[in-house]
Design a protein. Structure first.
Length: 325
C-alpha cells in the first residue's frame, strides 16, 4: 500500500528527472472565484502531464530482468506518453494500448517517443484484457495507469511540491482540487498533503456524466459510469474508481466536484489567456471547479491542479472561438 515513505522514495528517484512545476496565479481568476486561486501547472511537466512522475517511479523500480523484457501500458494518451518516455530513457521497449478515438496528438507523441502503439475500440473492446494478453504473450511488465502503488507514489510527488509551495506562499489552509479519473493523482496528492500540508485537503473533480468518484464517495462504495465515452475530457474518463485508490480517497478526500464539458473548455481558454498555459479539457476540470463551483468550496484560497495540456489543435481553436479567448 502506498504511504508517505513510498512517495518520498519516488521523489528521490525522480530527483533531476521530473520538473518542479510552478504555482501560477491571476487577479482576474481570483475575482471570478471569489478567493485566491493558485494553479499547479503540471501541463508543463515532461510529456505535458503529471503522468511522467508515476511512469518514471514505476519503471525505475523494475529489476534488470523486467526492464530487459520491456513494459506495457493501457492509456488514452497521457499515461501512454509518460511510460513511453520513461521506457526510452531507460533504454527498454514499450507497448502502449490506446483507444482509436484518443486525441491524435497523444497517439503521434507516443509513437514519436519510440513506443509500439496498439489501437482498440473502447466502446466494444476491453483494454485491460488486451493489455493482459499482450503482457503474458511477450513477457512485458504492465504499468497500470492508477491502480499501482509505485505509480500512485510517483503522482504523490506532485503533492509534496504543493505542500512546500503553499508554505512558500503563506497558505496554511486550502482545498486542493485534482482532475480525477481512476484516482492515482488524487490519491497520491491526498497522501502527500495529509502528511506534509495538514491544512490542505484534496478533492476530486470530474466531468458531468463521468462522476463515478464523486458518486462513489457519496455512496460509500465503488460505482461505475453508465457509458465509456461521451465527454471531451477523454484523459479522465474511467469506468469506476480504482480498487487501490478508492479507499485512500474515502479516508483523506473531501466530497467530489463535477463540472460540465463547456465549463472545462471555458477554463481552458481562461488558463491560456490569463496564465499563458495550454490545457486539455480533462486537465482543466479542477480549474473549472475553482472558478465555477465557488459556493461548494471553503477557505480563502484554493489550489487547482492543471494536470495535462495535450490537446488537439482543432479542439483548442474551437474552444477559443466559442469562449472568446
Amino acid at each position: 500500500m502506498t504511504d508517505i515513505a513510498m512517495i518520498d522514495a519516488a521523489a528521490a528517484r525522480l530527483q533531476g528527472r521530473a520538473r518542479r512545476t510552478p504555482l501560477l496565479s491571476s487577479p482576474f481568476l481570483d475575482e471570478i472565484a471569489g478567493r485566491r486561486v493558485l494553479v499547479k501547472a503540471e501541463c508543463l511537466q515532461h510529456t505535458g502531464s503529471f503522468k511522467f512522475r508515476g511512469a518514471w517511479s514505476a519503471v525505475s523500480a523494475l529489476s534488470p530482468a523486467q526492464r530487459a523484457k520491456g513494459v506495457i501500458a493501457v492509456s488514452s494518451g497521457n499515461h501512454a506518453q509518460g511510460v513511453a518516455l520513461a521506457a526510452r530513457q531507460h533504454g527498454i521497449p514499450a507497448v502502449i494500448v490506446m483507444p482509436r478515438d484518443a486525441p491524435r496528438v497523444k497517439t503521434l507523441n507516443t509513437r514519436a517517443l519510440g513506443a509500439e502503439v496498439v489501437l482498440y475500440d473502447r466502446a466494444i473492446q476491453d483494454r485491460d484484457a488486451i493489455g493482459a494478453a499482450l503482457a503474458a504473450e511477450r513477457g512485458l511488465t504492465l504499468i497500470r495507469p492508477f491502480d499501482e502503488p509505485l505509480v500512485i507514489a510517483g503522482q504523490g510527488t506532485t503533492g509534496l511540491e504543493i505542500a512546500q509551495q503553499a508554505r512558500e506562499e503563506g497558505i496554511d489552509r486550502a482545498e486542493v482540487l485534482v482532475c480525477c479519473g481512476g484516482g492515482g493523482l488524487t490519491a497520491g496528492i491526498a497522501l502527500a498533503v495529509a502528511a506534509r500540508g495538514p491544512g490542505l485537503r484534496a478533492r476530486p473533480v470530474e466531468p458531468a456524466g463521468f462522476d463515478d468518484t464523486a458518486r462513489s464517495l457519496e455512496a460509500g462504495r465503488r460505482l461505475r459510469n453508465a457509458t465509456p465515452t461521451g465527454s471531451v475530457c477523454d484523459a479522465i474518463i474511467t469506468p469506476e474508481p480504482g480498487l487501490i485508490t478508492f479507499p485512500i480517497l474515502q479516508r483523506l478526500c473531501g466530497p467530489g466536484l463535477v463540472v460540465t464539458d463547456d465549463e472545462a473548455l471555458y477554463a481552458m481558454v481562461l488558463a491560456f489567456s490569463r496564465l499563458g498555459i495550454v490545457l486539455e479539457p480533462g486537465g482543466a476540470v479542477a480549474l473549472a471547479a475553482a472558478l465555477f463551483r465557488r459556493d461548494a468550496l471553503s477557505g480563502p484560497a484554493v489550489i487547482a491542479v492543471a494536470s495535462g495540456g495535450n490537446v488537439d489543435a482543432g479542439l483548442f481553436r474551437d474552444a477559443l472561438s466559442r469562449f472568446g479567448g
